[in-house]
Design a protein around this ligand. Structure first.
Ligand SMILES: Nc1ncnc2c1ncn2[C@@H]1O[C@H](COP(=O)(O)OP(=O)(O)OP(=O)(O)O)[C@@H](O)[C@H]1O
Ligand SMILES: [Mg+2]
Length: 422
């Protein structure tokens, strides 16, 4: 039905002039098709009028249908605008040769360009110079494998400032069947910034942890020296003097102190032994005097003497001069902690210590056949309840440039492997 009051649809609501033209044209066409009959009976005129009225209603109904279809079309177009143009990610359709064919508004905004000016431009124009290789390598992969691909790189707006995007792309046929790529662009600059910050804090933490461990080693060495030089030599002097006093005591028993003096000597000897143990635990002097190979062998012997039920097989095939100096104390600390753990926790009856140079790497391996444990249940940073041994072991290995791996399972023993480039 023609809306007299006006409708958004021009062809359904022509202006009066246009209506008159349409009317004139319709009359001319009618004239050509069936010139007006010369004379008509009143019945025929009545029938014609009826026909015309039915026809008019038919037209009104068709018009109504058209208007509804038009409204549906507009709703669909609005939804399309919402979904495509105002989507939170950029959409691009790219030709096989890499030219932008279509872009939604978000993509145009991201690339800082007018949508109409984007069409026909190569996408590579917007890829940051340093990431062009990443872009071409991924495209090559996309066309070779024909499977959807996700990658990250930096693009730039007109002003040249880079921003990070995640690109998801796949190949699909366009309406004519030619292959095009459908691309979504998500701005991930903020995520990248947070990742960067996180990495920096992790590195700072690592540097701090390594400085703490180095300071701890320095302190231990200092205390070990003090124990040796001050305590050790004083105790030896005391023992010497006690033995001398005992020697010079009158043998007739007139002085009643020979018994307590005799008991004093083994006590002093025990204390000297204890001081030696403390000194060795703090820093074995053997390490500085004879090196890591001899120290590991000594430590295994000492371990077997304490934990008599555990036999440790050794396969230390590396030569002393193949071990860099800074790594020696680290190797010792790891073996010390790993063997102590075997003694304390594993209930094993056999252990293995291997240190070798292989393919330009230094490989340290400590194994046991004990009851094992679930490494997943260990907090990654270590905590005071569970102990610090394993986490500081990992820390020591990583800050000295190595990689650490631990395998353990209930009933399957524990296997520690540390590898350094060497
Ligand atoms: N070889 C092993 N066999 C069985 N369980 C082990 C072994 N090594 C470590 N564990 C388990 O892992 C836990 C953590 O070991 P970690 O060395 O970190 O701490 P800890 O030995 O308990 O204490 P700390 O080393 O600080 O004196 C241990 O408590 C133990 O449950
Ligand atoms: Mg431990």
């Amino acid at each position: 039905m023609v809306n007299e009051k006006g409708s958004p649809n021009n062809f359904l609501d022509p202006s009066t002039g246009a209506k008159q033209t349409l009317r004139r044209k319709a009359e001319e066409r009618l004239q050509k098709q069936s010139p007006a009959p010369k004379s008509e009976t009143p019945e025929e005129t009545g029938r014609l009028l009826h026909e015309l009225q039915v026809h008019q209603i038919e037209l009104e109904m068709q018009n109504e249908e058209l208007r509804r279809a038009q409204e549906d079309l507009e709703t669909t177009r609005d939804r399309y605008f919402d979904l495509y143009d105002l989507a939170p990610v950029g959409y691009l359709t790219i030709s096989e040769k890499g030219m932008i064919l279509e872009a939604n508004l978000t993509a145009a905004q991201m690339l800082g360009s007018d949508r109409s000016r984007l069409a026909g431009q190569p996408l590579s124009r917007f890829i940051f110079q340093d990431d062009q290789d990443t872009y071409y390598l991924n495209l090559k992969q996309l066309f070779r494998n024909q499977v959807p691909l996700t990658f990250e790189l930096r693009m730039h707006r007109g002003d040249g400032r880079p921003f990070w995007v995640q690109i998801k792309t796949r190949i699909a046929p366009n309406s004519e069947g030619a292959p095009v790529w459908r691309v979504t662009l998500s701005d991930i600059t903020e995520r990248k910034r947070v990742e960067e910050d996180l990495l920096q804090s992790k590195n700072q933490l690592r540097i701090l942890a390594s400085q703490i461990l180095l300071a701890q080693e320095k302190e231990r060495k200092q205390i070990a020296l003090e124990v040796h030089d001050v305590l050790g030599s004083s105790l030896s002097a005391i023992k010497f003097k006690a033995e001398e006093a005992l020697y010079h005591l009158p043998k007739d028993g007139t002085l009643n102190i020979s018994k307590p003096l005799e008991a004093l000597v083994p006590l002093i000897t025990e204390t000297i032994e204890a001081a030696r143990r403390i000194q060795a635990d703090l820093r074995p002097s053997l390490l500085d005097d004879l090196g890591i190979v001899a120290t590991l062998s000594w430590f295994c012997r000492k371990f077997e003497m304490i934990y008599t039920g555990i036999k440790v097989d050794q396969a230390v095939t590396i030569q002393e001069e193949e071990v860099p100096d800074h790594l020696k104390i680290i190797l010792f600390r790891i073996v010390q902690e790993a063997l102590n753990n075997i003694g304390k926790h594993s209930k094993a009856d056999s252990g293995f210590l291997g240190l070798r140079k292989v393919n330009n790497t230094i490989e340290l391996c400590i194994r046991d056949n004990g009851e094992g444990f679930d490494p997943e249940s260990m907090p990654s940073g270590g905590n005071s309840e569970k102990g610090l041994g394993l986490s500081s072991m990992k820390e020591r290995i990583e800050f000295s440039g190595g990689t650490f791996s631990l395998q353990s399972a209930k009933g399957k023993g524990t296997d520690i492997l540390a590898v350094w480039p060497g």
